[in-house]
Design a protein around this ligand. Sequence first.
Ligand SMILES: [Cu+2]
Length: 305
Amino acid sequence: MYQGASNFAQGVDNTFMFIFAISIFFLVVLTATMIWFVIKYNRKKHPNPTQIKDSLKLEVTWTVIPLILVLAMFYYGYVIYKPMRNAPDDAIPIKVVGRMWDWTFEYPNGKMARELVVPLDKPIKLVMNSADVIHSLYIPAFRIKEDLVPGQETYMWFIPTIQDTFEILCAEYCGLRHAFMTSKAIVIPESDYETWLITEGQGKDEHPGLLVLQNNACMSCHSMDGSKLVGPSFKGLFNARRTIVVDKQEIQITVDGEYIKKSILDPDSEIVKGYAPKLMRSYKDVISEEELDQIVDYFIKEGPI
Ligand SMILES: [Cu+2]
C-alpha cells in the first residue's frame, strides 16, 4: 500500500502520474505515427506528392482531444493544489528564515533550531522569510516547496504522516554554496515533540556569541577548522596576523575586536587577501551592538584554535 510522508504526497503523486502517463502515451503514439509516415510516404514509393485538402473532422478531433486533456490536467492539479493554500487554523506555526546558506526554524515558544522538528500527524504551518535573496524551501518527501522572498512573508503547510527523518533542500539557486543549503525534517511522536520543545536547544550551554554566529549562518561561509570556504576561516581568528586589502593597498593587521566588528558591519571595506569582495552582505541592523560584543567575546575566549 502506498504511504506518503505527508497528507499531500498521494495527491501530488497521482497528479504527476496522470500527466506523466498522458505524456508517455503521446510520446509512443506520435513517435510510432511519425515512423509509420516516414516509411509509408517514403519518396521512393511516392515520387510525386499529392495535394491533401483540409479535413474538418480531423482538425476538430485534434483540437478537442488535447483541449479536454489539458483541462483535465489543470483540474486535477487545481484540486490538489487548492488545499495546500488553506492551512487549518490549528496548524502549529513555525517561522522559517532562509539565508545564504542556511535555514533557521523558530518554534511558537521562541525555541530556535537549525532543523525542522515536527510532531507526527499534526498540521504544521511554515511562515517563511528570506534574509537576503530568493530561496525555496523544498521537502521532497512531503511533496511541498515554496519560495522565500526577501521583504515578503510566504507560507506552506502540511501534516507529516510518517515518523522518520527527511531531507530539506533549497530549490532556488542562491549563490556559491546553494548546494550546501540543506537541513533535515525530523518527524517524532507528539509527546516527544512536547518534551523536545521545552528542552533547551542544542548549544544552550554554549557561548552566546557562538549562537549568534550559528543563527546568522556565518559558518556556511567561514569554517571553524581552517578550511577555505567563501570567506576566511574563523580558526585562530583573534590576534591572528592577516593581510588585508584596502583600496588596493595591502596592509598587515592583527585581528582585534574592532576589526571583527567592522568586518561584520562593513565587510567590503577591508577584504582579506585572496578572497573576493562583494560576497558578504552588511549585518548592520541584523546583528545588534550587544551581539557584536558577544561575538568578539567568543573569539577572545573560546574561538576555534
Ligand atoms: Cu537558497
